[in-house]
Design a protein around this ligand. Structure first.
Ligand SMILES: *Cc1c(COP(=O)(O)O)cnc(C)c1O
Length: 802
C-alpha cells in the first residue's frame, strides 16, 4: 500500500487484517474486530515514516530530546492518527463501502488514560507537536495497567472503579524485549577501595513498550516508550513443584505492582514508598536507555550535553539528577564534579505548581532506605552547591530531614521553566526566590499550548471545515494563520455560519446529555462549561453556589427575561480528597433538585456527566459557549483547558490567573469576561483574619445560597454531608470563594446580557478563535527547542549527510 492510499486500498487492508491478524471472517466480526483491523491498517501507514524518522535522526547524529513524564494523558489514538495521515475522506469511504459505522468503531477504543489532568495532557500534546515539527524526540513514561480510575456517581457521590484499558489487546504498541533494564532498590552501599558499589536488595526489570506518535501530514513519527515492570526471575518452579502454587507466582506479582496503577493524586504529596519506587523506575530505565543510545553513536561521555536534552515534567522524575551522576560515576568511572556538570548540562525542569502541599518531599529516612546510593549523591550535590554558590543557610536540598525534590530539580537543571507568564514570575518571587537570586537567568517561561490537530481539526470538524473554506487549511500546522479570520468577524454571513457550526455541536451534545443523564439541554441556551479536576483552588464551589443564587433570583422574579443557561460540569476528585468529593456531591444534589423545578427548568439546567476524560473533553469543548476558568488568582500555573475552549470559539469568564492573563491580552479585554481579585490582592485578602465571614455577611446572594445548603434544601432536609464544607467556607475559605462571589455573580449577569445580542456574541467568538494562534503547542515546543534544548528539526531528505 502506498503512503497515500485510496479508499479501495484501505478497505482491502482492513479485510486483510480482519482475516490474518484478527483471525475472523466478516460474518463473525464484532465492532472490536473491525476496530483492530482498522487500527492495524492505520498503524502500517505510520510505521514507514516512523522508521525513516528514527533512521534519519541516527544517521544525521541529531541531538535528541527526551521528555520524562509520570503521566501521558493520551486519549484515543485511532482518530488522531487518521486525521494526521489526512485520511478522513478515504477512510469514510472505505468504512461506508464495508457497511461499517465509523463513529461506532472510533468510540469502541478505550481512552489511554495514563494521567490525571493537565500535566499529563500537556505531555501528550507535546508528543504530537514534537512529531509535527520533526524534532527527534522520545517520550518516556510508565505503562500503567490501570490508568486513572473510572468515575461513577451513586446517590450523587463519586465512586471509583479500576480502569482496565489493557484487558484487551492494545494495537498501537510494540514490545521490545531487547530493551530491558534492571532497576534496583534498597540494599546497601559498599566501599571498595574508595569506590562506592551499590548492592541493591531488590530488583525488577523495566521492559520497553513503544507506541509511535505520528505528526501532522504523516511525515514524521517519534516514539512514546512506556516501561512495564517485570520480575527478574519469572516463576519459582521449585516452590511450584513443592505445591505452593500461589507463592510461586509471587515474584511476578510483586514486580508488576510497580507499573500497575497510576497514582490518582493530582497535586497532593503522596508519602507512599511505592510512588517513590515508580518515579525511580521510570527515571532509571529512561536514563539507562538514553546512555545506551548515546554510546551506540558516540564514544566520549563528555559530549552528552551536546547530544542529549532531557526535560523533567515536574519533579516526579527529579531523581534523574542523582541517577545520572550515579551512572556516570559508578558505571562509567567519571569523577563527581565531571558527572555533576554533565548531568546539569543535559537536564531541565518544568515547574507546574506553586501550591506548597503539592511540592514533593521525601524523608531522608525513606530515601536512604529505598535508594541508599542516591541519598549519598543527593548529599554530595547539596554540599557541592553550598560550596559553590555562597547560598544563605536556609537554602538547600536536604532540610528538616527531608529531601526537597523542587530544590533538587532546580539545582540539577540547566534551565527551569514556568508554564505561563504569570506563573513564571511567581516562581521567581515565591517557591524559588532564593535560588533565582543565586542563579539569575536559569528560570525561563514557556507558556503551555495544545495541539490544534486533536483539539480543533479532529474534535470540531464543523468549525475546522469552515476555517478551511474561509482561510485555507494551512492553519492546522501554522495556527497563527487564524489571524486571517479577523476581518470576517464583522461579516454577518460568516457569523451565521460560525453560529450554525456551534449550534450543530450543541445539538449533538444535547442529545448525548438527554440519553446519558436525562438532562434537557436546549441548544439555544448558553452552554456554560467547567471541566477539569475537582480541586478547591479551581473553585467549582463558586460555580455551583452561583447556580443556587441564580435559581433563587429566578424564583423571586421569574419574568425578568433571564437568559436560559445549561451549566455543565465534568471532573474527577482524587479518591482521598474529601472536600473535593463533597463538592461533587453538592453539584449532583443541586442538579437533582433544580432540574425538575417547573418554574425554572427552562431557564436553568445542570448536567454533570460522570468520568470526564479526553474523549469527553472532545465532545464538550466544541459545544461550549462559555468557558469557566475561575481559579483563585495565583493558584493555576497555566491551564490548558482554557486554551482549548478559546480556539473552539467559547468566551471565557475568568480570573487573572495562569494563561488566562495571556488569553485576555491576546483576544482583547472586551472579548473576555474578567472578574475577581488579582494574585497580589488575593494573597493579601487570604491573610486578612475573618475575610470569609465578612464577605458572606456583605453578600445577600451568597449568604442565601449557603443558607439553603445549610438547611438541606438539596439534600432532603439533611445538611450534615455539607457541614464541613460550610464550616470551611465561613471560617477559613483559603481559596476566596466568598471574597470573589459578588464579582463573579455580577459578571455572569453581564454574560447573560451579552449572549442575548447574538451578532455581538458571535463577533467576540470569532475574535477569540482568530487570536488563539499563540496557544498552539507547536509554538510552545519551538520555544523549548530554541531556549532550552538547543535542538533543530531533522529533515528527511535522502541525501542527508551520513
Ligand atoms: C485539557 C484537559 C485537562 C486540563 O484542564 P484544565 O482546565 O487546564 O485543568 C484535564 N483533563 C482533560 C481530560 C483535558 O483534556
Amino acid at each position: 500500500m502506498s503512503q497515500h492510499p485510496t479508499a479501495k486500498d484501505l478497505s482491502d487492508q482492513i479485510l486483510y487484517h480482519l482475516t490474518h491478524t484478527q483471525g475472523r471472517g466478516t460474518e463473525f466480526a464484532t465492532t472490536f474486530d473491525w476496530r483492530l483491523a482498522v487500527s492495524y491498517t492505520i498503524r502500517d501507514l505510520i510505521v514507514t515514516p516512523w522508521m525513516a524518522a528514527i533512521r534519519a535522526a541516527r544517521d544525521q547524529g541529531a541531538k535528541r530530546v527526551y521528555y520524562l513524564s509520570m503521566e501521558f494523558l493520551i486519549g484515543r489514538i485511532l482518530e488522531d492518527a487518521i486525521t494526521n495521515l489526512n485520511l478522513n475522506g478515504a477512510m469514510d469511504a472505505a468504512l461506508e463501502g464495508l457497511g461499517l459505522d465509523k463513529q461506532e468503531i472510533l468510540r469502541d477504543e478505550p481512552d489511554a488514560a495514563l494521567g490525571n489532568g493537565g500535566l499529563g495532557r500537556l505531555a501528550a500534546c507535546f508528543m504530537e507537536s514534537l512529531a509535527t515539527l520533526q524534532c527527534p524526540a522520545l517520550g518516556y513514561g510508565i505503562r500503567y495497567e490501570h490508568g486513572l480510575f473510572r468515575q461513577r456517581f451513586e446517590a450523587g457521590q463519586q465512586v471509583e472503579t479500576p480502569e482496565d484499558w489493557l484487558n484487551q489487546p492494545h494495537p498501537w504498541e510494540f514490545v521490545r524485549l531487547d530493551y530491558s533494564y534492571t532497576i534496583g532498590f534498597k540494599g546497601h552501599v559498599e566501599d571498595r577501595d574508595g569506590r562506592a558499589v551499590w548492592q541493591p536488595g531488590e530488583s525488577v526489570v523495566a521492559r520497553a513498550y513503544d507506541t509511535p506518535v505520528i505528526g501532522w501530514q504523516g511525515e514524521w513519527a517519534n516514539t512514546l516508550r512506556l516501561w512495564g515492570a517485570h520480575p527478574t526471575t519469572l516463576f519459582d518452579l521449585h516452590r511450584f513443584n513443592a505445591g505452593d502454587h500461589a507463592a510461586a507466582a509471587e515474584p511476578e506479582a510483586l514486580a508488576r505492582t510497580l507499573s500497575r496503577v497510576l497514582y490518582p493524586d493530582d497535586g497532593t504529596e503522596s508519602g507512599k514508598e511505592l510512588r517513590l519506587k515508580q518515579e525511580y523506575f521510570l527515571t532509571s530505565a529512561a536514563l539507562q536507555d538514553i546512555l545506551r543510545r548515546f554510546l551506540a553513536e558516540h564514544d566520549d561521555l563528555r559530549d552528552l550535553p551536546a547530544r542529549v536534552a532531557i526535560q523533567l515534567n515536574d519533579t516526579h522524575p527529579a531523581i534523574a539528577g542523582p541517577e545520572l551522576i550515579r551512572l556516570l560515576m559508578d558505571d562509567h568511572g567519571l569523577d563527581f564534579v565531571t558527572a555533576h556538570d554533565l548531568a546539569r548540562g543535559t537536564l531541565n525542569y518544568t515547574n507546574h505548581t506553586l501550591l506548597p502541599e503539592a511540592l514533593e518531599r521525601w524523608s531522608t529516612w525513606l530515601m536512604g532506605r529505598v535508594l541508599p546510593r542516591h541519598m549519598q549523591i543527593i548529599q554530595m550535590i547539596d554540599d557541592h552547591h553550598r560550596r559553590t554558590s555562597a547560598r544563605p543557610d536556609h537554602v538547600g536540598i536536604v532540610r528538616h530531614d527531608q529531601v526537597q525534590m523542587g530544590e533538587l530539580a532546580f539545582i540539577m537543571a540547566g534551565r527551569v521553566n514556568g508554564v505561563s507568564a504569570l506563573h513564571t514570575e511567581l516562581v521567581k518571587d515565591t517557591v524559588f526566590a532564593d535560588l533565582h537570586r543565586l542563579h539569575p537567568g536559569r528560570i525561563v517561561n514557556q507558556t503551555n499550548g495544545v495541539t490544534p490537530r486533536r483539539w480543533l481539526r479532529m474534535s470540531n470538524p464543523a468549525l475546522a471545515g469552515l476555517l478551511d473554506e474561509v482561510i485555507g487549511p494551512g492553519w492546522t500546522a501554522d495556527l497563527d494563520r487564524l489571524k486571517g479570520l479577523e476581518p470576517h468577524a464583522d461579516d454577518p454571513a460568516f457569523r451565521d455560519r460560525l453560529r450554525a457550526a456551534k449550534r450543530a455541536n450543541k445539538a449533538r451534545l444535547s442529545d448525548g446529555l438527554l440519553a446519558g443523564l436525562g438532562v434537557r439541554a436546549d441548544p439555544d441556551a448558553i452552554f456554560d462549561v467547567q471541566v477539569k479536576r475537582i480541586h478547591e483552588y479551581k473553585r467549582q464551589l463558586l460555580n455551583i453556589l452561583e447556580a443556587i443564587a441564580l435559581w433563587r433570583r429566578i424564583h423571586d422574579d421569574p419574568n425578568r427575561g433571564w437568559t436560559p443557561r445549561v451549566k455543565i460540569f465534568g471532573g474527577k476528585a482524587a479518591p482521598g480528597y474529601w472536600l473535593a468529593k463533597t463538592v461533587i456531591h453538592l453539584i449532583n444534589d443541586v442538579a437533582a433538585t433544580i432540574n425538575h423545578d417547573p418554574l425554572t427548568r427552562d431557564l436553568l439546567q445542570i448536567a454533570y456527566p460522570p468520568n470526564y476524560n479526553v474523549s469527553m473533553a472532545e465532545d464538550l469543548i466544541p459545544a461550549a459557549d462559555l468557558s469557566e476558568q475561575i481559579s483563585t488568582a495565583g493558584k493555576e500555573a497555566s491551564g490548558t483547558g482554557n486554551m482549548k475552549f478559546t480556539m473552539n470559539g467559547a468566551l471565557t469568564i475568568g480570573t487573572l490567573d495562569g494563561a488566562n492573563v495571556e488569553i485576555r491580552d491576546l483576544v482583547g479585554p472586551g472579548n473576555f469576561f474578567l472578574f475577581g481579585l488579582t494574585a497580589a490582592e488575593a494573597a493579601a485578602e487570604a491573610a486578612r483574619p475573618g475575610h470569609a465571614r465578612a464577605a458572606i455577611e456583605a453578600s445577600d446572594d451568597l449568604k442565601a445560597a449557603l443558607q439553603m445548603v445549610a438547611e438541606g434544601r438539596f439534600s432532603g432536609g439533611r445538611a450534615d454531608p455539607y457541614f464541613a464544607l460550610l464550616d470551611r467556607t465561613w471560617n477559613d475559605d483559603p481559596f476566596l470563594v466568598a471574597s470573589d462571589f459578588d464579582a463573579y455573580f455580577a459578571t455572569q449577569r453581564r454574560v447573560d446580557a451579552a449572549y442575548r445580542d447574538a451578532a455581538e456574541w458571535d463577533r467576540m467568538a470569532a475574535l477569540n478563535i482568530a487570536r488563539a494562534g499563540f496557544f498552539s503547542s507547536d509554538r510552545t515546543i519551538r520555544g523549548y527547542m530554541a531556549d532550552i534544548w538547543q535542538v533543530r528539526p531533522v529533515s528527511l531528505t535522502t541525501d542527508a549527510p551520513a
